[in-house]
Write a protein of this length. Sequence first.
Length: 177
Amino acid sequence: MNAESPIWALISTFGLMSLFAVGGAAAAVPEMHRIAVEVQHWMTDKQFSDAYAIAQLSPGPNVLIVTLIGYAVAGIPGALAATLAMCVPTALLAYYVSRLLNRPSQSRWPGLIQAALVPLSIGLMAASALILAQSTDRTIAALLLTAMVALIASVSRINPLWLLLAGGLLGFAGIVR
């Protein structure tokens, strides 16, 4: 495969990124945004935000964002290449690490590693939220809506779909742009 081809760029980008996406694809959204929008110029800020919204609203795993980026770059072959590059290395690593951690031993390392990954995952997901808010909240009303929804979601048990519906209706009514 040609080193200049978009398929190879997708494979190398997402293959490497998959190994550092602690917490899943959502944790890697800031890096995906940086590469897809700022470095490679595969998409605009708006296109990335739209792809992220579609990925989140679609049933299934949140790794769909990778598929949509791949599709934007190189159609169906790009979508397949990006998705496999994001999933296969991580799946293989997880398989071998789980086998290692499930061996009977008296070591404290498995517990320490798992405890250390929790705050790391939370921080990466918070960074994802910040990147998306910066690329979509272009008005004070949008910023206030984002802050209000984040607060409501964190302190209540309201289904997030109701919050999405409310935001969509406010946007449709022209109140939030």
